[in-house]
Design a binder for this molecule. Structure first.
Ligand code: UDX
Length: 458
């Protein structure tokens, strides 16, 4: 114990600066990573945008550094992720550089050392800043390893003149990315997107890449990435599971806990949880089809309709036909934002209709909940393909927003034998993930990460 104490003291002098963009799906895993590394003895500073900020009172042990990244609320509400990323990477450079210089000075005064800068994969321009300041750096990738591999394939094909990866209709398999099909890939067809990808892939973080994934989920992709990208990979996920001591929320929208008491009154595995995460949304016409489809499926449902999706939810419910209104009152629960972790962990939940964002995917896998996949953009189609064709815990359906199609898909997941099989597979995966976290691959990768950071700072 004496030896442990000494090592711990030594690590205390090492401060990590973590830099995150203002998106829910990125901030949450970064804060989990911060919690994990703090528990390993590092001091933590989290740099973040001046809006969509984390609540410092949830993390009394961290220092927070609100920065003006040059983005505004209007930018964010445009939902143009590619454009937002481009702006972020040009405008964030000088404020972050200034802040880092200041952090280095402050650390010197406090007899600390900035041991490493850890930044989100979207913010590739920080690579050059860290290099200039001679700070070791690591990238956190908050999406799947397989998604990252599609970027590599895109860059490869572009330089070799092969068939470009931009056929959103084609069902053909992409040979180097099987079982992904051309239509599953992120959109590589806009010039801006291509520029962003190229820049992302040029970055070679000095200490490597942290992936929020688990070896048992993406072994092949991780292996290939390691071969081609030639830096260390640390698959230490699922971060939310490892950071379990941190039960505080980093939600931008207040969570409505009334749905948990509603869930407690429902039979086991009877409820379909419906949510499209923090960006994707249905239009009013589609919402009505969802409502009718859910009603006709005769299943129970907990449905997240985010603020801003529709002007007035209760007015809209009133406008629906009587059968549907009755179904919502008797079998449904609608909230603006749910405590998703607790929802998925609740015994009453038997399925998750999702846009397949990577955080939602991991959260569902960790609780053994099978999914009904409705991917929208970016990495979501890749995740959906993994769910349905690799792990076989996700339902692929037409994705046609029409009540009959929805009714059939919901019943396939919640009632049919198909759904039961997926539920069994999901439970098996849940156990494998638990083992990886307890003393398996994620546990090992985390120890390797800590050692790597310490050894460079000896
Ligand atoms: C974005 C991208 O869309 C996604 O494809 C990428 O993988 C990560 O960044 P987002 O669309 O918000 O993320 O989806 P997701 O990754 O699933 O993250 C949503 C987070 O919000 C999850 O952690 C989920 O638990 C939380 N959430 C969602 C809630 O807490 N309550 C809700 O009601 C809905």
């Amino acid at each position: 114990s004496h030896q442990f104490h000494t090592i711990h003291m030594e690590i205390q002098r090492h401060r990590l600066v973590l830099i995150t963009p203002p998106f829910q799906g990125h901030l949450t895993p970064m804060l989990h990573l911060a919690t994990i590394l703090h528990s390993k003895g590092f001091s933590i500073t989290v740099a973040h945008a001046h809006f969509n900020s984390p609540d410092p009172s949830n993390h009394p042990n961290f220092s927070f550094l609100p920065l003006f990244y040059g983005l505004s609320d209007t930018h964010i509400s445009s939902k143009n992720v590619v454009d937002i990323t481009a702006t972020l990477n040009t405008k964030c450079v000088s404020p972050i550089k200034e802040a880092l210089i200041h952090q280095i000075e402050k650390a010197n005064i406090n007899h600390e050392k900035i041991a490493c800068v850890i930044y989100d994969g979207l913010m590739y321009s920080i690579d050059s800043v860290a290099r200039e300041l001679k700070l070791p750096n690591i990238v956190l990738r908050t999406t799947s390893a397989t998604n990252f591999l599609t970027y590599h394939a895109f860059v490869q094909r572009q330089s070799s003149g092969c068939r470009p990866l931009q056929d959103s209709m084609s069902l053909d398999l992409v040979p180097e990315l099987e079982p992904l099909r051309f239509k599953d890939l992120p959109m590589f067809n806009s010039c801006d997107m291509q520029k962003q990808i190229a820049k992302t892939m040029e970055v070679r973080p000095s200490l490597g890449v942290i992936c929020n994934t688990v070896n048992c989920l993406e072994e092949k992709s991780l292996y290939r990435l390691h071969q081609v990208y030639k830096v260390s990979f640390f698959p230490i996920g699922p971060l939310h599971m490892i950071a379990e001591e941190d039960s505080s929320s980093s939600s931008f929208v207040e969570e409505d806990y009334s749905c948990i008491s509603w869930l407690k009154k429902q039979p086991k595995k009877s409820v379909l949880y419906v949510s499209l995460g923090s960006i994707a949304s249905w239009e009013e016409k589609e919402l009505t089809e969802v409502a009718c489809g859910l009603a006709n499926s005769k299943q129970k449902f907990l449905w997240v309709i985010r603020p801003g999706t529709i002007r007035d939810v209760s007015e809209w419910v009133e406008s629906l036909c009587k059968d549907v209104r009755v179904a919502i009152a008797e079998r449904g629960c609608i909230v603006k934002w749910a405590p998703q972790g607790e929802v998925l962990a609740d015994e009453a939940v038997g399925g998750f209709w999702s846009h397949c964002g990577w955080n939602s995917t991991l959260e569902s896998l960790c609780e053994g909940v099978p999914m009904m996949c409705q991917p929208y953009f970016g990495d979501q189609r890749v995740n959906a393909r993994l769910l349905s064709h690799v792990w076989k815990v996700g339902l692929e359906w037409s994705n046609v927003m029409e009540r009959n199609e929805i009714e059939v898909a919901v019943r396939r997941l919640m009632v049919n034998s198909e759904g039961k099989e997926m539920r069994q597979k999901a439970l098996k995966l849940k156990n494998e993930i638990k083992i990886a976290v307890k003393d398996g691959s994620s546990y090992d990768a985390l120890n390797r990460l800590v050692k790597t950071i310490l050894s460079i700072n000896l």
